[in-house]
Design a protein around this ligand. Structure first.
Ligand code: ZN
Ligand code: ZN
Length: 338
């Protein structure tokens, strides 16, 4: 017998075959799922008003159905353009088991080593050069040749786990930020920056230029906020009209020559800024990177409420398949908060 719950089932079947989809397409699939169920039984009681509230309701039901499987249907946002997308993500493991079906243990260890170099990049650059990424192969057992490592990196990019920029620097993709969120939070609790506006992880965006100001925001979040606010929400310094100087970059624009010459090493016990180990690690770099101490601070105390939907209503579409720009998948997470 057909019931209203079948809409969720039909919808999820459509989503499963796609993995990542724009908000617009997700809403179209919802409407079609309702049609399919109504066609099967015209007496079934399903509503489709198309309102934002009913969509939120529907997404909540979908997530409830996915809960038992530790999957989530989550709203994410392109870190640069602000385009909204939905991702069906595995939310269970705080390890990187999601890669286990496609990669060997050695390849996963290599991936984790590269992620470490990205997470610990100085100056909040959240990226690593190709050379430095390949260098990580020497840390991995069982050993792997350099050309094998190159293949693994190419595959990780092709499968959406890593992004490679035009400059040849690797950074975290939306998939990694979303699916490996528990692992990243658990492993790098002091190295994750949170957007002051949307509270999601920032690896590409801007930092307030006031020394010691904690505000970090996605470029798209800045652009939206700047429309109705001309100063930093924390330190009140005037912000420029556009997301450029004197604001400081977060992401690969922050990287400087020489940053990747030394491996970054995580210290499991280093919870505070003044740990001896941190100083030992790279005394010379400390002097040239005043921002390093900023990134290790907790930032959860700075929050701003904004209308997150403002100005974004018409941005989702699926007609950009020809766009191979490395920005395409740079999404940030905007999980549906319960
Ligand atoms: Zn944001
Ligand atoms: Zn500020």
């Amino acid at each position: 017998m057909v019931s209203a719950d079948d809409v969720q089932r039909v919808f999820l079947q459509a989503v499963l075959s796609r993995g990542v989809l724009s908000e617009n397409l997700a809403k179209i699939l919802w409407a079609r799922s309702v049609e399919v169920v109504k066609a099967a039984d015209k007496d079934v009681n399903v509503q489709h008003t198309g309102s934002d509230a009913s969509w939120d309701d529907f997404v909540a039901k979908v997530n409830k159905a996915l809960d038992a499987l530790d999957l989530g249907f989550r709203l994410v946002q392109d870190e640069l353009t602000g385009k909204k997308m939905y991702v069906l993500a595995n939310l269970k493991d705080d390890e990187v088991a999601q890669l286990a079906t496609d990669y060997t243990a050695g390849e996963i260890a290599f991936f984790k080593a590269v992620v470490e170099q990205i997470m610990l990049a100085p100056r909040e650059a959240y990226s690593v050069s190709s050379l430095a990424a390949l260098r990580e192969v020497s840390q991995v057992k069982p050993s792997m040749s350099k050309s094998q490592a190159e293949d693994v990196l190419a595959s990780l990019v092709a499968n959406g786990w890593l992004l490679k920029s035009r400059r040849g620097r690797y950074s975290l993709s939306v998939r990694t930020q979303l699916e490996l969120q528990p692992y990243l939070k658990h492993t790098y609790p002091d190295d994750i920056l949170e957007c002051t506006i949307c509270q999601e992880m920032v690896t590409k965006g801007i930092a307030c230029h006031t020394p010691n100001c904690k505000v970090r925001v996605h470029t798209c979040c800045f652009t939206q906020t700047r429309k109705h606010r001309s100063s930093c929400p924390a330190c009140s310094v005037d912000w420029p009209r556009n997301a450029g100087k004197p604001l400081l970059p977060v992401g690969e624009d922050a990287a400087r020559d020489g940053d990747d010459q030394r491996r970054r090493v995580r210290h499991a016990t280093a919870q505070s800024d003044d740990s001896d180990e941190d100083e030992d690690m790279d005394a010379s770099q400390e002097q040239s990177q005043p921002k390093r101490s900023q990134r290790t601070r907790k930032r959860k105390d700075v929050r701003v409420e904004v209308d997150q939907d403002e100005g974004l209503k018409d941005e989702g579409d699926d007609d950009d398949d020809g766009d191979d720009s490395p920005k395409k998948n740079q999404l940030s997470r905007r999980g549906s908060k319960k």
